[in-house]
Design a protein around this ligand. Structure first.
Ligand code: ACO
Ligand code: HSE
Length: 381
């Protein structure tokens, strides 16, 4: 973790100091500092992309993509992954101690994707990395990749935004709002000061995740995984499930596998994430609109940019659909940027970028190796 006492002036005008930036690195930085790949994480991800997660004990979220000999080859590249500003895994966020001497909570300033990127740039400055060889990320990670090039065009040689969009759609803002309202409705929310009550709005946060998780999958994926299979809930007879009983049979005496799965996703999420971080980061996604300062012209931020792009989408992603990636690719094309566009056939929905998708592996490997050749990077360090 790096602490920068000078802090960061946020887009909202507030000055956040000190600034903590939590990160992990994989592979070795070359003497010329020209082989750095920044991998940007999504909404609930964190810096543990390649090694065991300290809270869950599970492998890092992209350990199948990043490592020796893998598509993002750490024998060759120096990979950096940074917990976003506003997060809850060590970077400054709502859990950090604010000016009142207690956690910021809901008083944490509103942050934007650009603020996240500017915080990341400070870490790279600290490492003496003037230019990234590549920036890669999915979902909100892809928003950061786009913002990186829009804000620091000379600092990114190659960019791969995956399963993302140039602005957050009305539908996605709507889903985020439902998640947030679930948190607010939890009696343990305590107006965001739950820590002072030794409480956690666990039910609200779990429901928020359950709802959001549905949007990360597809109808086909849910049907394949669970269909209409049912399991008996062992707790039902103890009356611990919601609802009443009808005669001798309990209304919720059995549950569909998909219900059980969502409850599991909700409860495991609560163990690794903070509700105020969830609010802060979902809001940052909602604010994201690359064309906002350019009267709706999406190509304007990219005119004259030398970065090579590969824009990637998944055919069954209805949260960040291919149409939004295509819009981005066309805007880059209009701006005269070197851009390729790949739609990967998958029926696994938005979270396909986290899963074993050989076509994604081939696309990532091909783009990186092609860009490395173009950059004149040595085959191995
Ligand atoms: C991108 C970033 O920056 S990182 C953020 C990404 N990480 C996450 O989102 C973590 C949570 N998300 C997930 O687990 C996602 O589903 C994925 C995409 C990462 C993993 O997908 P998959 O490998 O297909 O796993 P799947 O969705 O089937 O979930 C498996 C889990 O559900 C549980 N499960 C499966 N079926 C059931 C069921 N019927 N009832 C209860 N639990 C069930 C499994 O036991 C397993 O639990 P575990 O994760 O505690 O070991
Ligand atoms: N499931 C991933 C992707 C969401 O966009 C996450 O929770 O971060």
């Amino acid at each position: 973790m790096l602490r920068l006492e000078q802090g960061l002036l946020l887009e909202c005008g507030q000055h956040l100091a000190p600034l903590d930036i939590a990160y992990r690195t994989y592979g070795t930085l070359s003497a010329a500092r020209d082989n750095a790949i920044l991998v940007c994480h999504a909404l609930t991800g964190d810096q543990y992309l390649g090694d065991t997660h300290p809270l869950t004990g599970k492998p890092g979220w992209w350990s199948r993509m990043v490592g020796p000999g893998l598509p993002i080859d750490t024998d060759r590249f120096h990979v950096i992954c940074i917990n976003v500003l506003g997060g809850c895994m060590g970077s400054t966020g709502p859990r950090s101690i604010g000016p009142r001497g207690e956690p910021w909570g809901t008083e944490f300033p509103p942050i934007t994707i650009r603020d996240m990127v500017r915080a990341q740039a400070l870490l790279l400055d600290h490492f003496g990395i003037e230019r990234l060889f590549a920036a890669i990320g999915g979902s909100m990670g892809g928003m950061q990749v786009l913002e990186w090039v829009a804000t620091y065009p000379e600092r990114v040689f190659a960019a791969m935004p995956i399963a993302t969009a140039p602005f957050h759609s009305a539908q996605n803002i709507a889903f985020n709002e439902v998640s947030r309202q679930a948190i607010f409705a939890d009696p343990e929310w305590h107006a965001g000061r739950y820590w002072a009550h030794d409480a956690v709005p666990a039910r609200g946060l779990a429901v928020a995740r359950m709802m959001a998780h549905i949007t990360y999958l597809s109808e086909e994926a849910l049907t394949r995984k669970f269909g209409r299979r049912v399991r008996r809930d062992p707790k039902a007879s103890a009356g611990s499930t919601p609802g009443g009983t009808i005669g001798t049979a309990s209304l919720f005496g059995e549950m569909f596998e998909v219900e059980s799965y969502l409850r599991h996703q909700g409860s495991s999420f609560v163990r690794r994430f903070d509700a105020n971080s969830y609010l802060t980061i979902t809001r940052a996604m909602d604010y994201f609109d690359l064309s906002a300062e350019h009267e709706g012209d999406l190509s304007a931020p990219f005119r004259g940019v030398a970065t090579r792009f590969c824009v990637v989408s998944f055919s069954s992603d209805w949260l960040f659909p291919t149409s939004q990636s295509r819009l981005m690719a066309r805007a880059l094309n209009r701006a005269g940027v070197n851009v390729s566009f790949v739609e990967i056939e998958s029926d696994r929905g938005h979270d396909a970028f986290l899963l074993d998708e050989p076509d994604l592996d081939r696309t990532v490997r091909g783009f990186i190796n092609g860009a490395a050749e173009h950059a004149g990077l040595k085959a191995a360090h």
